[in-house]
Design a protein around this ligand. Structure first.
Ligand code: ATP
Length: 236
């Protein structure tokens, strides 16, 4: 569904991504692993239309070209990003944050149905609808951030380091939530430092190093590969 081919991104003279290719299908979780500075955020930002660098290559959603579109048009094509740091509004309530996510044209008419779907996926949000987001725990805020992206009625959900700053327990809960999102039929493109937890729920993974994809494989194979364990799983 989401297809990336020959995607390169340059910030001035610095090349952050070189000829990357990857795909995400409906109902699968794909994880991108890589060290700091490997180009993971750049990849998600280039797809989402918020990258400051110069992007070349191709990004398509179904048969629609996406690369180079402004961010709001990318959302209209069915791709939503949960940025690093969540991008939610602390002074607004959960309900207000979720409604902001329903602004795209593709979501407006289906806002009620989307909200129902979201509440079924994350029942905890119902009790918290009136709570100011700033007063919530990190895990709850992350759930709101994902919920807000889901309100745009996406087919592909991209998440940049969603477990950052969460306790191990909350990170586990977050990844369980992502499994529920996959079960609802979405494709998920996940950038994560927590290789162990993310590979455990993912279907496939890509290893990104210095802006190049070194390897693609089934997540279960990567998880048990000694070389991957040494490089990304702290030798675990
Ligand atoms: P991290 O896990 O540390 O966030 P990352 O894999 O997400 O790393 P990117 O943020 O994509 O890496 O950065 C890739 C490279 O591009 C880095 O060398 C970074 O310094 C550079 N870079 C990122 N954003 C910009 C920018 N706006 N201007 C110039 N260089 C940038």
């Amino acid at each position: 569904m989401l297809e990336i081919a020959g995607l390169s991104v340059r910030y001035g003279k610095h090349t952050a991504l070189t000829e990357t290719a990857l795909s995400v299908k409906k109902g699968e979780i794909v994880v991108i692993l890589g060290a700091n500075g490997a180009g993971k955020s750049t990849l998600l930002k280039a797809i989402a239309g918020i990258c400051e660098g110069k992007s070349t290559g191709s990004v398509t959603m179904g048969s629609d070209p996406v690369l180079g579109l402004p961010a709001h048009k990318v959302v209209e094509r069915g791709i939503a990003l949960v940025p690093e740091g969540r991008g939610i509004f602390g002074d607004l309530t959960v309900r207000e944050n979720l409604l902001l996510g329903a602004n795209p044209q593709r979501a407006r008419e289906e806002a009620d149905a989307n909200f129902e779907r979201l509440i079924r996926l994350f029942p905890k949000l119902t009790d918290r609808a009136g709570q100011t987001v700033r007063t919530m725990s990190g895990g709850e805020q992350q759930m709101v951030a994902i919920g807000r992206a889901m309100m745009s009625n996406p087919e592909i959900l991209m998440l940049d380091e969603p477990s950052l700053g969460l306790s191990p327990l909350l990170a586990k809960e977050l990844f369980q939530n992502l499994k529920a999102v996959r079960a609802a039929g979405l494709g998920i493109l996940l950038v994560e430092q927590n290789a162990k937890l993310s590979l455990a729920i993912a279907d496939r993974g890509y290893l990104l190093e210095n802006g190049r994809i070194l390897r693609e494989d089934k997540a279960s194979i990567l998880l048990h590969d000694p070389a991957v364990q040494a490089a990304y799983l702290g030798g675990a």
